[in-house]
Ligand binder design. Structure first.
Ligand code: NDP
Ligand code: MG
Ligand code: MG
Length: 341
């Protein structure tokens, strides 16, 4: 049974007694930095010279400096630059400036699990991984709520690493919703599997195939868009609130019966076999190697795959339709129809 932790299990004073450097000010970085600051923690944001995020962080009232200076003054260093760049940032700017007894924190176990970062034995190595995008981590905190997080300790040099990680989790609002204890290995492997097989990869491919099947059969693309993409949110919201059972309770009996008889026809046992293959590639490091090798090659494969995805007909159709949706909102810096980053 998973071990769960809430507000009363964590001591905020512990993290309040430390200086925390947040490296990176993107999706997670801005949320962690601002939530910590509002929880009374002494925060400094570390960014590279010329960073586009620098001004944003300063305008939000945060202390900002270059990565080496931020690290040099910190008792806790949270690595929140993209996973594929962390090992370079760590080697060039973090490791040479890290205090001997500073704790190293992550929001995802990738670099530790696959040995791209190997911190010295004197450092606590902890993970506080919110189970939601950064914009939600900030939004919920401001609302007096929180996004759940999973927390792990890979290396406990101080003898207090777990208490420190829980205290950090409390300061970003996570213990308001609940924190689950995990390991770097479990978090990394299940996170990669979840996003590849179900949440991102699985759902995207399912939606595209559903759309293609309807359009190839002669139905209007706009109708297909509504049936297989737009309504997905309503279904997922129900699942989020009350599991698959609530989703089935809310749908018509026709939809529910169709779910039982056709779901397993579409997602048959071969899909589960394929999922096992995906998991095996995650566990033995094949996926990590492919991702990092491509990143070292300028992300050629990544960029080509992204361009291909963006050119799918469902993206063009959706972009036109969404222009007239008064109820959808811009999220963060995303501009609809353009993943310009
Ligand atoms: P982002 O892509 O949003 O991070 C961008 C930030 O990193 C910017 O401030 C950028 O600054 C900075 N940055 C990028 N490269 C460098 C560099 N070489 N040196 C210094 N700063 C750099 O990252 P995320 O927030 O998505 O991810 C951070 C971590 O959180 C990852 O480990 C991820 O797996 C984890 N995570 C992310 C979640 C999410 O919702 N996104 C959810 C849970 C965990 P600049 O302006 O200079 O480009
Ligand atoms: Mg992930
Ligand atoms: Mg319908």
């Amino acid at each position: 049974m998973a071990e769960l932790f809430y507000e009363n299990d964590a001591d905020l004073a512990l993290i309040q007694s430390k200086k925390v450097a947040i490296i990176g000010y993107g999706s997670q970085g801005h949320a962690h930095a601002l939530n910590l600051k509002d929880s009374g923690v002494d925060v400094v944001v570390g960014l590279r010279a010329g960073s586009l995020s620098w001004k944003k962080a300063e305008e939000a009232g945060l202390a900002v400096t270059d990565v080496p200076s931020a690290v040099a003054q910190a008792d806790v260093v949270m690595m929140l630059v993209p996973d594929q760049f962390q090992r370079h940032v760590y080697k060039d700017h973090v490791a040479p400036n890290l205090k001997d007894d500073a704790a190293l924190f992550f929001a995802h176990g990738f670099n530790i699990r696959f040995n791209y970062i190997d911190p010295g034995a004197g450092h606590d190595v902890c993970m506080v991984a919110p189970k939601g995008p950064g914009h939600k981590v900030r939004e919920q905190y401001v609302d007096g709520k929180g996004i759940p997080a999973i927390v792990a300790v890979e290396q406990d040099a101080s003898g207090q690493a777990w208490e420190l990680a829980l205290s950090y989790a409390k300061a970003i609002g996570a213990t308001r919703a609940g924190v689950i204890k995990t390991t770097f290995t479990e978090e990394t492997e299940t996170d990669l599997f979840g996003e590849q097989a179900v949440l991102c990869g699985g759902v995207s491919q399912l939606v595209q195939y559903g759309f293609e099947t309807l359009v190839e059969a002669g139905y209007q693309p706009e109708i297909a868009y509504f049936e297989v993409l737009h309504e997905l949110k309503l279904i997922v919201d129900l699942m989020n609130e009350g599991g698959i059972t609530k989703q089935r309770w809310s749908c018509s009996d026709t939809a529910e019966f169709g779910d039982y008889v056709s779901g397993p026809r579409v997602i048959d046992e071969h899909v589960k076999e394929n999922m096992k293959g995906v998991l095996a590639d995650i566990q033995d490091g094949t996926f990590a190697k492919r991702f990092i090798a491509d990143q070292d090659n300028g992300g050629q494969e990544f960029k080509a795959l992204r361009a291909e995805g963006e050119s799918h007909q469902i993206e063009k159709v959706g972009q036109e339709l969404r222009k007239n949706f008064g109820w959808t909102q811009a999220d963060g810096d995303y501009v609809d129809g353009s993943a310009a980053r």
